[in-house]
Design a protein around this ligand. Sequence first.
Ligand SMILES: [Zn+2]
Length: 238
Amino acid sequence: MLLQTLREEVLAANLELVRHGTVLYTFGNVSGIARRDGLIAIKPSGVPYEMLTPEAIVVTDLAGSVVDGALNPSSDLRTHLELYNHFPSIGGVAHTHSDHATAWAQAQCQIPCFGTTHADYFHGPVPVTPPLTKDEIAGDYERATGQAICRRFASLDPDEIPAVLVAGHGPFCWGASATAAAHHAVILEYLARMASATLAINPNARAIGPALHDKHFLRKHGPSAYYGQAPATPSLKA
Ligand SMILES: [Zn+2]
């Protein structure tokens, strides 16, 4: 089987979303990339999670052509491809319609950093894209979704902000691997839920400000990071 290890990781990352309640039915998809081979492994379209096996994970090239696998890839494949092509450091992409993150996407509001849990993972608010235009929706919709994300990140660093809310749709997350991307999808849902709760308690709540935000982000990421133990799981940069 081509890319067996990557397929197994992608399968496990997809199941991680189920385990944490971030997907319903067949919603959601995770992929991972083998940069040296120029190939990605992605969940098949419309297959129940309980029936997924490593063989069911579809391998495509970076143009979206299936290279190995009997099933059709996720219908969001072209969004994933746009992200891999424009964010060269990422190794995995995860998409969900998780409740709270999707509510923020539907409200078309970025998620402010109200606390250190957010700051540990995101060096800034979680941004939201502008809505897609009629032509973008009628045309190559999934690719246009990816392009909207990439445009939103023109002045943002995808390594420092590993997720976005697509307006009227839901979150796309990424990371150094499929495992990390799924982890970020789960964390994002937690942050979105906490942000909603924070505003319910105090509608005037404010973001924590750069001193605390930078402290928490930079102690876990970058050259001066000191959080945790010596790296044992390099694929999970969190
Ligand atoms: Zn979706």
